[in-house]
Ligand binder design. Sequence first.
Ligand SMILES: [Ca+2]
Ligand SMILES: [Ca+2]
Length: 577
Amino acid sequence: MALLAPVGLLSSTMGGGLALAGSVQTRHDLLQGAQILVNQVGYHPATPKQAVLALAPGTAAGIRPGWTPTLQIVRADDGQVVWEGTMAGPSEDRLVSGDTLYRADFTSLTAPGRYVAQVVGGPRSPEFAIGPVYRDVLYAAARSYYLQRCGVAIDDPITGVSHALDHHEDGYVLVDDPFYRAGTRLEATGGWHDAGDYGKYVTTTAVTAAQLLKAYELYPQAFADGQLHLPESGNGVPDILDEVRWGLEWLFRMQRPDGAVYHKLAGLRWPGMIRPEQDVQRRYVYRITTQDTAKAAAAWAMAARIFAPFDAAFARKALAAAEQAWRFLAASGPILDYPAEDNSGSGPYDDRDDADDRFWAAVELWVVTGRAEYHDYIARMARTGLPAYAPVSWVNPAALGYFDYVTLGQKGDPAIRARLVQRILEGARSVFQTYEQSGYGVPILAGSFHWGSNKEALAKGMLLLFAHHLEPRPEYERAALAQLDYVLGVNPLAKSYVTGLGSNPPRNPHHRLVKASGVMVPGLLVGGPNDHPQTKAIRPHMGPRGYADVTDSYETNEPAIDYNAPLVFVAAHFASL
Ligand SMILES: [Ca+2]
Ligand SMILES: [Ca+2]
């Protein structure tokens, strides 16, 4: 587990015993403000289970040196103690939260059921389960995309989420281009609402669809037809692929006749906190970029191979779109214009480097076609400079290309393959080192909590699982699992950052349909702690405490389709156990 510096004045070398000397009442007083943190959804019988006793900065000073807390796990229904052990610690989480932490590993408890963790003389955790819990996380996280569908009426009996047919005129070309005059209507309905707003973005849709496809491809046993209770359940196709197809079909509609792909579709003004069908402003198709064209090409090429066993015609269509996009890219340098006036009612998603996107597209096209043209492009990049290997994001999704080259490109160049493998392993090693320095196991140090930090934590979990796939290392898998624990409750705010999951989930996400309807959309991962406030909801540089469960705080409390994608991926790994 995490390696932590021992706390200055306190001994971390206490030998066993329950250390019950002194008044329990006094200790309880000292522990006011302390909390016992668990994954609020729970634990799989076969996976590691950790509970953390956390004392915020300034509250640990009164603890008697040598005190060793005892953790009990009790059955929720009858209060029976079923596990008891001494907590390790204290240790100080110097580089992330400043908290003083004790921890207990109750992995040996495997009996399914509902439990509470309690410290003798101290705090109790919320109830949690031991059981096939990661399937529940996967279900909620994957199903949320259905509830984000645009251009269709939703009336979901499972969640109560509903809205009338929305955005059925999407959309109108904003500026003249070689194919369409401004004001031409393009049929570009469908797709997913990106986040708490109603904009639709190729940048995030393509990267999201690709990660969902990758989750299915690596962990097919975690997915099934009928699993997500979709309109397409029962059609013989795994529901996750049906949902991805909803996004991919919209990407087709965003492709220009010459193969280039438009950037986004949104209105000129941000809608108020209204229902989607109330957002009746005219919406526009914004200009093409090469990063969008490359990202769509990569996602389509992945779809071509992954859909082939289920729907050969769809797979062929995806490949044709990808190859046409590539032909545009091959003939064009970077086109990456994001004029400020294009962002009056939508996010910029201003990816200013398309080399990583082109690399990824070349890999996926080469994997599915085996054509030399694509490998030549990869080989040229290997000579002139490979894109950075980083957690998958809409800025740089190249890690997907790295992984697919080394795992699916058997006919590749051994020297290139070796370099890519080395970077994948180095990337995981770097993430793991940061994880080891973090008391909460979140591989993000103080000062580095940026917008979407929860997504970053899970995307780093994905990098650990990529490396684990190449060279199995249980500690990497465990560190990936710690990211699920972190976003589901093992954090300084004792918060589950996924709507509808756990005992303390976001209740006021920045989400227009939730706000306007009063009905929660479950399974949405919110952005989480952010050192850089854009609203008055938080103060700057609060590290993992820089989060506010208020509707206004779009910089900490808004979900997004690309946040949920690595959540689905990591949950799928553990749901497939
Ligand atoms: Ca299905
Ligand atoms: Ca890029």
